[in-house]
Write a protein that binds this ligand. Structure first.
Ligand SMILES: NC(=O)c1ccc[n+]([C@@H]2O[C@H](COP(=O)([O-])OP(=O)(O)OC[C@H]3O[C@@H](n4cnc5c(N)ncnc54)[C@H](O)[C@@H]3O)[C@@H](O)[C@H]2O)c1
Length: 358
């Protein structure tokens, strides 16, 4: 069969936000699983971006790091001109709900405008007839994947699960910015025919998570016999997934997902926050007296739970970690990587870019 115009044999992935928790796990996962792939990691290195997470791939000739902001249109255009990018996987975001309550502005510009810039530049670079505004023909095999969150659906009551067709009812500035980005992605598919997919994943845990999120915060405090601050009554329920299972799900969507489709990702693993805190205490052999209940976060969603039928039945994806095994390994990882946590907590990790790249 003859090659179609623009068709490439191997993939060149522009991974944005690749120095963050999930992005760095994803880059390592893809380079191990797909020896033919090349990755450009575009990350502006906010407080959440940590290049130390990627030490293992730094010398790999298939990996390039670019320090830059997804909102910088000229720079993004330059990347598409310099590299034969076939896929965009957009992880870059302001991701911490508590921070979005204190300072929403940056959530809107990064999560919404940044996504629009990436979509627009991908469209420009991938369109076969860029001057024809009605043409919906794109180079063969290209794909824009938006990494979204189950938080866009809002909160559930005691019963029910999030399905892809549900209306978006976000409750925090963070989830509202992610929902907005999802709608911009949708509009680029509907209006311009851009080949896009979206995934909405439940809460992740695993190695390299910034110690302000529930699980690493509790593990770190517990190891150091510090108090464990639990919001409200601790009965907020989340559907937890190991980060590697999130990576394999995105991989499956990139390979087999239908253009224009949305896929929920979750592991049928609902846990109340307080259950997780108690599990960490038990595993580390500490006392529940460390728990301190603090005033609940405003607008704190009560329950999230994912229906993963679509991705499991249509793409054959399934999670590989049980929560028990995943948590055991994660707690062990934080115990084995105390230096990593110390550097993150002290801010020292931020000098890594200067030391390594400047
Ligand atoms: N953590 C979760 O449980 C979870 C669950 C579902 C979906 N998500 C989504 O997955 C993605 C990654 O989440 P995470 O937990 O790894 O986040 P993170 O905060 O650990 O990482 C975000 C990364 O994006 C980078 N970044 C921020 N603004 C940028 C900009 N303007 N330009 C370039 N890079 C920028 C940061 O430097 C950082 O490296 C986010 O889009 C988030 O909404 C996260």
């Amino acid at each position: 069969m003859s090659k179609k115009l623009g068709q490439t044999d191997s993939r060149v992935l522009l991974v944005t936000g690749g120095a963050g928790f999930i992005g760095s796990n994803f880059i390592t996962y893809i380079l191990q699983k797909h020896p033919e792939d090349t990755i450009i990691n575009l990350d502006v290195l906010t407080y959440a971006g940590n290049l130390e997470n990627l030490k293992g791939v730094e010398g790999d000739p298939r990996y390039t790091f670019i320090k830059g902001d997804i909102r910088d249109r000229d720079m993004v255009r330059g990347l598409f001109k310099t590299y034969p990018i076939t896929h965009v996987v957009n992880f870059a975001a302001e991701s911490h709900v508590d921070r979005s309550i204190v300072d929403p502005d940056i959530f809107l510009t990064t999560n919404i405008i940044g996504t629009e810039v990436l979509l627009d530049e991908a469209k420009r670079a991938w369109k076969i007839y860029p001057e024809d505004k009605y043409s919906k023909e794109y180079k063969e095999g290209v794909r824009f994947h938006q990494v979204s969150t189950d938080e866009v659906y809002g909160a559930l009551g005691k019963e029910g699960l999030f399905v892809e067709s549900m209306p978006l009812l976000p409750n925090s500035p963070y989830s509202a910015s992610k929902a907005s980005a999802d709608l911009i992605v949708r509009s680029y598919q509907k209006t311009f025919g851009l080949p896009v997919t979206v995934s909405r994943c439940s809460n992740n845990y695993g190695a390299y998570q910034f110690p302000e999120k529930l699980i690493p915060l509790m593990i770190n405090n517990c190891i150091n016999d510090r108090s464990l601050p639990v919001y409200g009554d601790g009965m907020q329920i989340r559907d937890w997934l190991h980060v590697i299972d999130h990576c394999s799900a995105i991989d499956a969507i990139l390979e087999k997902g239908e253009t224009g489709d949305i896929y929920n990702i979750g592991g049928n693993n609902e846990k109340a926050n307080i259950e997780i805190v108690k599990l960490i205490i038990k595993t580390l052999g500490k006392s529940e007296e460390l728990i301190t209940y603090v005033k609940d976060r405003p607008g704190h969603d009560r329950r999230y739970a994912i229906d993963n039928t679509k991705i499991t039945s249509q793409l054959g994806w399934k999670p590989t970690y049980t929560f028990e095994q995943g948590m055991k390994e994660t707690i062990q990882w934080y115990l084995d990587n105390q230096k990593w946590i110390e550097r993150v907590v002290s801010g020292d990790y931020q000098g890594y870019y200067e030391r390594m790249y400047c």
